[in-house]
Design a protein around this ligand. Structure first.
Ligand code: HEM
Length: 157
């Protein structure tokens, strides 16, 4: 549960990313695929090269979903309900065991793909925000992205 201070910090900082949002998603995804190559198994149909149009456009969708979440911090479950169903039932993004049960590489265990993406988003936010990505902002975003990941995996079982 995010505190009122954390909520307002997240909303304030997210506002500051407005002019970089088109890049943040794609950069986070490219970082995910490069740092944790086994996550690429979820995207066999994508061109995963640096700057690919598919990564950029998917990145925009991910960031738009995060914008929705930032507007609904009190009610993430409801705001992300459809997305949660999609990731759990259709995409089956594994919440615990790393990408693709039975097809995972040991180097990413025990982190789930959701945790890894959250981590990559945080690195990219820090790169864009520089000094403004203070330890307090870092802590609040960590909590926020963990809450988003929890919602996206809550229908999995
Ligand atoms: C699709 C958001 C994490 C794999 C999507 C879509 C959104 C989204 C908005 C598009 C839905 C649509 O077209 O209706 C998010 C958010 C995440 C997240 C906010 C966490 C912060 C992940 C992770 C993986 C993943 C960790 C796996 C590594 C996919 C795949 C698709 C998808 C394979 C379908 C892509 C396509 O074929 O177009 N996600 N996602 N997602 N997501 Fe996620």
């Amino acid at each position: 549960m995010l505190t009122a201070e954390e909520q307002s910090l997240i909303q304030k900082v997210w506002e500051k990313t407005a002019s970089h949002r088109d890049e943040i998603g794609g950069e986070s995804l490219y970082r995910l695929f490069t740092s944790y190559p086994s996550t690429k198994t979820y995207f066999p149909h994508f061109d995963l090269s640096c700057g690919s149009e598919q990564i950029r456009s998917h990145g925009k969708k991910v960031v738009a979903a995060l914008s929705t979440a930032v507007k609904s911090l009190d009610n993430l479950s409801q705001a992300l309900s459809e997305l949660s169903s999609l990731h759990a039932y259709n995409l089956r993004v594994d919440p615990e065991l790393g990408p693709g049960t039975g097809n995972r590489s040991s180097d990413v265990e025990p982190h789930s793909a959701l945790q890894l993406l959250s981590q990559c988003i945080q690195v990219v936010l820090a790169l864009h925000l520089g000094k403004e990505y203070t330890p307090e902002v870092h802590a609040a975003f960590d909590k926020f992205l963990s809450a988003v990941a929890a919602v996206l995996s809550e229908k999995y079982r």
